[in-house]
Design a binder for this molecule. Structure first.
Ligand code: FAD
Length: 326
């Protein structure tokens, strides 16, 4: 397509989110002869940028300093808008997240861009981009053609594989000029919900439990497997309503939408409202005692079994595999 493409690298706790880094692969496909650049905003931007620069970005812009110390839509939108201008980019890619939902529309409006959010498929058709995105809780998919001009796309994590490491691009600070309006709202405090546990929306592997787990204590069985697989624990709404797990772990229509590589549903019935949040998972393993449970209709692998027996056995086997490869 020959366009300059900018990727917004979202970060948390000093690390780039995988969903953002994966977009460097798409950026290279869209750029095809143009330049791929990236922008990292916030604390530790320089350290994060050094890693990102090894993954195919010709230049990584870093934006640090007091106004960017904590996420705020106004300042971050201004930073990304100016990075777009600096990179002379006509395509901006962001990972679908709470943050990009919040500030990317402002960037699109300022750049007079066409925007498509939460894309699950992106195709290059000459100078146009053809994207697919789910609507009505994934009951239907819409296809949108974005013919030209400036385009802003947010893409679901795990839609693309992250590129491998190569010759590093340059890393340089970008000086961002904020205007008076950007100071109208300022973030004073940011509290991570769900404690230090990995966020299901960012996890590559999710082990989800339903209300059949019965107690919070029993969820430790799932946590142990999730820890072994470097993943997160999720929950159905019934489990959350019963007070077994906090709301940030809820997957589904009224919870989070997730797209992990591996989703292990333990004692989850598979109600449509739950499926709406996890249908984009690459591999689904369902463990349920009831062979008619709707979750089996979504499963890549189904096990008609008692989760209290099977999950610890799986954990044991994974531990053995990890032990053997250590
Ligand atoms: C407007 C609206 C929004 C909603 N939003 C959401 C949402 O965001 N997310 C969500 O999850 N739900 C949502 N729901 C609720 C949804 O309809 C279901 O009620 C809920 O998902 C069921 O949760 P569950 O699978 O834990 O429980 P259940 O339906 O009670 O299913 C439990 C399952 O566990 C199995 N089981 C029992 N014991 C064992 C065992 N020992 N080993 C293995 N399997 C076992 C059973 O066979 C059964 O299939 C919503 C509902 C409404 C009306």
């Amino acid at each position: 397509m020959g366009a300059n493409v900018l990727v917004y690298i979202e970060s948390r706790g000093g690390r780039a989110l995988a969903g953002s880094v994966q977009l460097l692969t798409l950026a290279a496909q869209i750029a095809a002869g143009g330049r791929v650049e990236a922008v990292v905003v916030g604390p530790d931007a320089a350290t994060i940028a050094a890693n990102v620069a090894k993954r195919g970005a010709a230049a990584v812009h870093t934006v640090e300093g007091e106004p960017f110390a904590m996420y705020g839509a106004l300042a971050y939108a201004r930073a990304v808008e100016q990075a777009m201008k600096q990179a002379q980019a006509s395509v901006l890619l962001l990972a679908t997240s709470e943050q990009s939902r919040d500030f990317a529309p402002r960037v699109a409006a300022r750049l007079n861009a066409t925007m498509a959010t939460d894309c699950t498929h992106v195709e290059i058709a000459g100078d146009a981009l053809r994207v697919q995105r789910p609507m009505y809780a994934r009951k239907c998919m819409v296809e949108i053609e974005m013919p030209g001009g400036v385009r802003v796309l947010s893409v679901r994590p795990n839609t693309f594989e992250a590129p491998g490491e190569g010759t590093p691009g340059s890393v340089s600070p970008l000086s961002v000029t904020l205007d008076a309006g950007d100071a109208k709202a300022r973030t004073l405090e940011s509290v991570r919900s769900g404690g230090q546990a990995m966020d299901v929306a960012e996890a590559d592997v999710i082990v989800t439990g339903g209300q059949s787990l019965k107690t919070t204590e029993n969820f430790k069985i799932l946590q142990e497997l999730a820890d072994e697989l470097d993943g997160a624990v999720g929950a159905t709404r019934a489990a959350v309503d019963a007070g077994l797990q906090p709301y940030p772990k809820q997957v589904g229509l009224t919870g989070k939408t997730v797209t992990p590589r591996l989703y292990i549903a333990c004692g989850v019935d598979g109600a449509v409202q739950h499926l709406a949040g996890m249908r984009g998972s690459k591999i689904v393993v369902a463990i349920n005692t009831k062979k008619e449970a709707p979750i089996f209709g979504e499963a890549t692998y189904g096990c008609v079994a008692d989760l209290f027996t099977l999950v610890p056995l799986i954990t044991q086997e994974v531990k053995k595999l990890h032990g053997a490869s250590a």
